[in-house]
Design a protein around this ligand. Structure first.
Ligand code: ZN
Length: 347
């Protein structure tokens, strides 16, 4: 008895009365089967509770431990006080989180659930969030992000096109007219570049503000009509704002807002890297293909133009071999599926 009285003499704790958020510094001690709580500020009366009516909460490493009182109040105890009271006071049944973390199987199950949640958010949650945000994001944001990315493109080793100026002008004028008809109000601008490292580049990509980059390698391999089909596909990405969806998904709303509101050049530079190497999802590619099909029909081009484009991509794929596959080819759906879709005829 003497031992216990010494051990539990006037231990410090923090008390909340359960009705207000005000904290009170108190001292607690045990006398026989009673806990006596003495407020240190003198504004409250000394209170006593039968030990059997108290419930000691779960212990977590480096956290104060709660002690629930029958009147709704709660004491928060430091490690020493809690260890002393644990010998005397009934303990609350451990909660689910505590039971799970106490066994390796439970901890593993929690880890698996957490990973599954992260994967789900990455696949669906972030995408759905991006879709939702895009709905109220004005087009002027696409414009700003596109301009910033365009200004950073020279970092990627792209050089001036060697395509004859006459063809560049002809294609630009034809596409501007076609785009004005297909997507009135959407500003587009063609930019011809040459990829210095990769055999002039067999590729094209769209920026969120309607800037569409076409590489010499692709332009030299395709006829004007075939190039219009590719441009129709890229216009589809612009109209459906697939690039902005990707940017939102990768960087989040606050990064995009930061780039738009001020000049966070680091984010803009990383964004440029992401946008120019953009990989769209399967659905986005199907949507852009469907857009290209309507675009081709509107321009009075033969319906098999897109199939002819895919055949040339396939030839390029064979020529380059694995590992050197340009952006268009490494996206889903695969080329064979796209070719089969076009060859199946109009839907
Ligand atoms: Zn695409």
């Amino acid at each position: 008895m003497t031992n216990e009285s010494m051990m539990l003499a006037a231990l410090p704790a923090t008390w909340f009365d359960g009705r207000s958020s005000r904290r009170h510094a108190v001292q607690v001690l045990i006398e026989a089967q009673t806990l006596v709580m003495r407020p240190l500020d003198g504004s409250l009366a000394v209170q006593s509770y039968a030990l059997a009516d108290l419930r000691l909460g779960e212990a977590w490493p480096d956290c104060p431990r709660p002690l629930d009182m029958p009147d709704g109040g709660r004491l928060w105890l430091g490690a020493t006080t809690a260890a002393a009271l644990a010998l005397k006071v009934p303990q609350r049944a451990p909660g689910l989180a505590h039971r799970l973390s106490a066994s390796w199987a439970g901890a593993l199950a929690c880890l698996v659930c957490l990973l599954a949640l992260l994967v789900w958010f990455d696949r669906h949650g972030a995408g759905q969030a991006a879709q939702g945000v895009l709905g109220w994001m004005p087009r002027s944001v696409d414009q700003k992000v596109g301009e910033l990315v365009e200004a950073k493109l020279d970092q990627f080793g792209f050089v001036t096109s060697t395509l004859p100026m006459e063809r560049q002008r002809r294609l630009s004028a034809r596409f501007a007219e076609a785009a004005a008809q297909a997507a009135p109000g959407v500003a587009v601008k063609l930019e011809f570049l040459r990829e210095s490292k990769k055999a002039a580049g067999f590729n094209a990509f769209a920026l969120p503000h309607g800037g569409i980059v076409v590489f010499d390698g692709l332009a030299q391999s395709l006829s004007d009509d075939e190039l219009m089909a590719v441009l129709g596909h890229e216009l589809g990405h612009v109209v459906h704002r697939h690039g902005m969806q990707n940017v939102l998904r990768s960087f989040g709303l606050f990064s995009v807002a930061g780039v738009v509101l001020s000049d966070f050049s680091n984010v803009a530079a990383t964004m440029a890297a992401t946008v120019q190497g953009m990989r769209y999802g399967r659905e986005a590619e199907r949507e852009a293909d469907a857009y290209a099909r309507r675009f081709i029909a509107q321009q009075g081009l033969p319906p098999q133009t897109l199939a002819a484009v895919w055949l040339k991509f396939k030839a390029e794929e064979r020529r380059l071999g694995a590992g050197e596959i340009p952006g268009w080819l490494s996206t889903h759906p695969g080329l064979d599926e796209r070719l089969a879709t076009e060859q199946a005829g109009p839907r």
